[in-house]
Design a protein around this ligand. Sequence first.
Ligand SMILES: [Zn+2]
Ligand SMILES: [Zn+2]
Length: 76
Amino acid sequence: MLVHRCPACGEKLPLFSIPSAETWWSGGWWCTHCGALISRSGKIKKAPSKKVCPRCAEYVQMAALVCRYCGYEFKK
Ligand SMILES: [Zn+2]
Ligand SMILES: [Zn+2]
């Protein structure tokens, strides 16, 4: 089964997985938007490393407390 959308961030995934150390052996996808690793069956194998800012919709590091683009403060 092909995965067309990232289950973590909802963005479209590339038709073919981008080869990387994490995906070449598993056949999974590496989401270029949020950094999540998605298995062939569509499960999230590795949590995303980025999150979407609700104000400016830019991707920022998961650990960020403040958006580096617009200054939005993330609440835990
Ligand atoms: Zn994603
Ligand atoms: Zn922002």
